[in-house]
Design a protein around this ligand. Structure first.
Ligand SMILES: Cc1cc2nc3c(=O)[nH]c(=O)nc-3n(C[C@H](O)[C@H](O)[C@H](O)COP(=O)(O)OP(=O)(O)OC[C@H]3O[C@@H](n4cnc5c(N)ncnc54)[C@H](O)[C@@H]3O)c2cc1C
Length: 449
């Protein structure tokens, strides 16, 4: 690491001399289309990218930080479960990108098209080459609906097919829950890493309650068809969820992976992933309503770059978030290979580590601060209940409140619905919230955790 530091320090000097901030701006204001060079380039202006921009742009000053982000709208995606459940609207979850990025940073409204970490450049899809001294990759995870035969077209054909994971379909969910009359209501979980591993079942609990409110529950078979062999990765919360599932008469089919949708016949085809019961065999199930969580992967652009490991995700040290090969590159959030559950909460745990470590590297020092894997999943189990799961790399509960969070609570539902969105917009995005480490320590003073 010391040798790498030296190597980097030499390259840093070279890059400093190469760094020229002269550039032709092809549009005014913060919308730039230019050949530029930046001290810090952030690729992706979602949760992770915006947080890091807000931490570094005010500190480094105008013209030193740029964010490559193609979208005009920033979404608070964790709200989409509530949008699907009819509790919030899609508009509630959105803000203009220009309002969440710091005024000191340049917003490059393009897509990153290729990375050359040897030359310290990123090329955008309009052919611009952006140079950087330091790079933070925050590109999120890619939704691959097209890996399921019949999708995405089937979403347009069938109003009872929906998915909270996309702005294209999330607003269909609540309408479909209100139109459902009888039959199988199926909720799927794919055979890939996904963001918010709780979301595929949270909407199921809301749906089940909505069916009861509407008086159609006795005509519904609610089923969770999951590629996994467990309901949730952390035993404490899995045990709690299994109790909910039993109480609510929900059918769980493990190791079932959705591979095809036939909207004309209302059929869903699942492949069996269980080697003990006919691995690879397919089963066709009739659906009346289906919520689909799509297969996901690292973005194609990253998978074709030198920045990733064999899984396709950005190859960083899971504790320091520094790239294992390119010491001036860091990664945050869903696009990295950090082995924790991919959530906005995980970004709250990562952003302080990245802030500290990137700053150390900028000063020619070694990164020291370590991420413990903190992540959280507010497992909504109904219109007034939630189990707030919080845990670390090892799957050990890391609960903020000095109460047992492994039970359904109304207070945690209000945390999710009312408090967390405010924390996101006002504190996390602006760079003021670095996870609940300090509140947890204060609240557990004198207690065991
Ligand atoms: C339905 C649902 C429910 C969820 N529930 C929760 C929850 O309860 N709690 C929780 O903590 N988390 C939850 N999450 C997960 C959370 O939203 C994500 O983990 C988080 O937003 C990840 O942040 P990110 O910065 O890694 O990626 P994102 O926020 O997705 O940002 C990635 C950004 O990269 C940009 N990008 C993509 N390709 C390119 C390119 N080629 N060039 C430049 N930019 C690019 C995208 O436009 C995007 O803005 C949920 C997500 C969903 C969808």
């Amino acid at each position: 690491m010391a040798a790498a530091g030296k190597l980097f320090s030499g390259r840093f000097q070279l890059l400093k001399s190469l760094n020229h901030h002269s550039s032709a701006k092809f549009s005014t204001g913060r919308h730039l289309c230019a050949q530029k060079s930046y001290e810090l380039l952030i690729v992706g202006g979602g949760t992770g990218g915006t947080v890091i921009a807000n931490k570094f742009a005010p500190k480094l000053g105008s013209g030193k930080v740029a964010v490559i982000e193609p979208s005009d709208t920033h979404y608070y995606q964790p709200m989409w479960t509530l949008v699907g459940g009819g509790i919030k609207t899609l508009e509630d979850s959105s803000r203009p990108t220009k309002n969440v990025l710091p005024k000191q940073c340049d917003w490059i409204k393009q897509k990153a098209a290729s990375f050359d970490p040897h030359k310290c450049t990123v090329t955008t899809d309009n052919g611009d080459e952006i140079k950087y001294q330091y790079l933070v990759v925050a590109m999120g995870i890619q939704l691959n609906y097209n890996k399921i035969k019949g999708l995405p077209e089937a979403f347009d054909e069938d109003p009872m097919l929906t998915s909270n994971y996309s702005t294209d379909y999330v607003t269909k969910t609540y309408k479909a829950l209100n139109e459902f009359q009888a039959g199988n209501a199926i909720f799927t979980f794919p055979n890939t890493p996904i963001k918010c591993a709780g979301a595929p079942q949270k909407i199921m609990y809301l749906a089940e309650e909505r069916f009861r409110q509407r008086g159609v529950r006795d005509k519904a078979t609610v089923m969770f068809n999951t590629s996994l062999g467990v309901i949730f990765g952390v035993k404490k919360y899995a045990d709690a969820l299994l109790k909910v599932i039993e109480k609510r008469d929900i059918k769980v089919n493990y190791k079932k992976n959705l591979i095809e949708v036939r909207p004309g016949k209302k059929e869903a085809v699942f492949e069996n992933l269980d080697s003990t019961t006919g691995l690879g065999e397919t089963q066709t199930v009739q659906y009346s309503f289906m919520h689909i969580t799509p297969p996901m992967s690292a973005p194609d652009v990253l998978r074709n770059s030198p920045l990733v490991d064999q899984s396709g995700f950005v190859n960083v040290n899971k504790n320091t978030l520094q790239h294992v090969e390119f010491s001036n590159v860091f990664g945050i959030g869903d696009c990295t290979n950090v082995p924790t559950s991919k959530t906005a909460a995980a970004i709250s745990g990562q952003c302080g580590v990245l802030r500290k470590n990137l700053w150390e590297v900028m000063q020619g020092r070694e990164p020291e601060k370590e991420y413990n894997g903190y992540t959280s999943c507010p497992l909504i189990t109904g219109y007034k209940s939630c189990i707030l799961a919080e845990f670390d790399f090892a799957g050990n509960p890391l609960e903020t409140f000095p109460i047992n969070q492994g039970v359904e609570r109304r207070s945690m539902f209000h945390m999710k619905k009312d408090v967390m969105p405010q924390m996101y917009w006002k504190f996390l995005l602006n760079g003021y919230w670095e996870g609940p480490d300090i509140p947890r320590k204060i609240m557990h003073l004198g207690l065991s955790q």
